[in-house]
Design a protein around this ligand. Structure first.
Ligand SMILES: *[C@@H]1O[C@H](CO)[C@@H](O)[C@H](O)[C@H]1NC(C)=O
Length: 368
C-alpha cells in the first residue's frame, strides 16, 4: 500500500511538473495584450489573427515571453520587415488606432517595438515610464502626437529611444539626461521645440543623438563635447543658434556632425577641419562667417564636407591640399575669392562645388 501511494505520488509529481512546465502567460498579461490589440486596427496583413487562445507565449505574432518566468518580455511589431506575412500580402504594413495604456501592465517588458505602421496615432502612454526593465522603446514611423513623457528619466535601463518620424511636440524632457544607459536617441522628424537640456552631456553612454528636422532652438550645449562615445550628432533642420564650440572638434569618436539648416553664427573652429575622426561635416545653410580655417592636415579625411550657403570669405586655405581625402566638397554660395587649388583632393570636383562665390577662379570654374 505504502509502495502504491509512493508510486502514484511519483507519477503525479512527474505529470504535475512536466505539463505546466510548457509555460503559458499569466491571465493578467493575456488581458493586457488583448486590450492592446483592441485599440489597434490592422486591415491588410492579419498580424493579430494569431492572437487567440489563452497562451500568449506561444505563436502570438510579435510576442515573446521569458521562458523561465512566462512573463511577456518583448512586443516586436514592425510594419516593414522581411517576414513572410508581408511577402504574402505583397505590401508593407499599415495600422491605425492607438497604443493602449494597458501595455504598461506588462511590467516585465524589455523591448517595445511598434514601428513603421504609418497610421498609429494618439500619445505615448505616460505610464510607459513605470516599466522598470524597458531597454528598447522604438515607435518610429507612426503618427504619434503629444509629448515624450516628462519622467522618461525613470527608465534607467533604457538603451534605445526611437520616436522618429512621428508628430511629437513639446520639449525634450529635462529628465532625459538621467537615462544612464541610453545609447541611441532618435527624435528626428517631429515637432519638438525648446532647447537641448544644458546638462545633455550627462548621457555618458550616448553614441547617436539624432534630433534633426524639429523646431529645437537655443545653443548647442557645451556639455555635449564631454560625451566620450558620441559618434553621430545630427541637429540639422532646426533653429539652433549660437556658435560651434571648438571642443566638438576634439571629441574622440565623433564621425558625423550635421548642423546644416540652422541659425548658427560665428566661425568654423579649426579643430573641426583637422580632426582625424570626423568624416561627415555638414554646416550648410547657416550664418557662419569669417575665413575657412587653414587647419586641414594629413589626418583630415572627409567623405562629405559641406560648407555651402554661409557667409564665408577669403580664400580656400592652402592646407586643404594636405587633406588625406575629401570626397564630396561643397563651398558654393559663400563669398570666397581667389584661385581654386589644383591637385588631388580637387581633381574630381565639379563647378557646382564652387559656384556663387564672389570671385573664385580656376578649374573647374573660369580661368583666373
Ligand atoms: C547638407 O545640408 C544641406 C541643407 O540641409 C542639404 O541640402 C545637403 O544635401 C547636405 N549635404 C550633403 C552632402 O548631404
Amino acid at each position: 500500500m505504502a509502495f502504491l501511494v509512493f508510486f502514484f505520488s511519483v507519477i503525479f509529481f512527474l505529470v504535475g511538473v512536466t505539463i505546466p512546465a510548457v509555460y503559458s502567460c499569466p491571465p493578467s498579461e493575456l488581458a493586457a495584450l488583448l486590450a492592446f490589440k483592441a485599440a489597434l486596427h490592422e486591415p491588410y496583413l492579419g498580424i493579430f489573427n494569431s492572437w487567440t487562445g489563452n497562451d500568449c507565449c506561444h505563436n502570438w505574432y510579435g510576442v515573446t515571453c521569458d521562458p523561465t518566468t512566462s512573463r511577456v518580455a518583448d512586443i516586436n511589431l514592425r510594419g516593414e520587415s522581411e517576414d513572410p506575412i508581408f511577402e504574402k500580402a505583397g505590401r508593407s504594413g499599415f495600422m491605425t488606432g492607438t497604443i493602449s495604456p494597458s501595455i504598461c501592465n506588462l511590467d516585465q517588458l524589455t523591448n517595445i517595438v511598434i514601428a513603421d505602421w504609418k497610421g498609429i496615432s494618439g500619445n505615448i502612454p505616460t505610464c510607459i515610464t513605470s516599466i522598470p526593465e524597458l531597454r528598447i522603446l522604438d515607435l518610429i514611423g507612426n503618427r504619434i502626437t503629444g509629448s515624450i513623457p516628462s519622467d522618461i528619466g525613470r527608465l534607467n535601463r533604457l538603451t534605445v529611444l526611437n520616436v522618429a518620424d512621428n508628430l511629437i511636440s513639446g520639449k525634450i524632457p529635462a529628465s532625459i539626461v538621467n537615462l544612464p544607459s541610453l545609447m541611441h536617441l532618435d527624435l528626428r522628424n517631429n515637432r519638438i521645440s525648446g532647447e537641448i537640456p544644458s546638462d545633455f552631456g550627462k548621457l555618458k553612454m550616448l553614441s547617436r543623438a539624432l534630433l534633426s528636422r524639429n523646431q529645437i532652438y537655443g545653443p548647442i550645449p557645451g556639455s555635449i563635447s564631454s560625451i566620450y562615445r558620441l559618434a553621430d550628432l545630427d541637429l540639422s533642420e532646426n533653429q539652433i543658434s549660437g556658435e560651434i564650440l571648438e571642443s566638438l572638434g576634439r571629441m574622440p569618436v565623433l564621425s558625423t556632425l550635421n548642423l546644416d539648416s540652422n541659425r548658427i553664427s560665428g566661425q568654423i573652429p579649426p579643430s573641426l577641419l583637422g580632426s582625424s575622426g570626423l568624416g561627415i561635416l555638414n554646416l550648410s545653410r547657416n550664418s557662419i562667417e569669417g575665413y575657412i580655417p587653414d587647419a586641414f592636415g594629413p589626418k583630415s579625411y572627409f567623405t562629405t564636407l559641406d560648407l555651402s550657403y554661409n557667409s564665408l570669405r577669403g580664400q580656400i586655405p592652402k592646407s586643404i591640399m594636405a587633406a588625406a581625402y575629401i570626397g564630396h566638397l561643397d563651398l558654393s554660395h559663400n563669398h570666397l575669392c581667389g584661385r581654386i587649388p589644383a591637385g588631388s583632393p580637387f581633381n574630381h570636383l565639379e563647378a557646382s562645388s564652387f559656384v556663387s562665390n564672389d570671385c573664385l577662379c580656376g578649374v573647374p570654374l573660369r580661368a583666373c
